[in-house]
Design a protein around this ligand. Sequence first.
Ligand SMILES: [Zn+2]
Ligand SMILES: [Zn+2]
Length: 57
Amino acid sequence: MGDVVVLCDYCGKIAVHTCKLCGKRVCAAHYDDSNGSCTACSSGRQAKTNPKSNGRS
Ligand SMILES: [Zn+2]
Ligand SMILES: [Zn+2]
């Protein structure tokens, strides 16, 4: 005891990021840097296509 090592909530590797949406601690493989969230939250959000990405005005 004494060592505080946070492990990825998905795969158990060393967590280096925290999801800003669900607060889970995740490793690089389970973190979406463009969204600042874990891959689970990221994929959930990406289910909706973003109409703002359309260049028409
Ligand atoms: Zn992981
Ligand atoms: Zn998340």
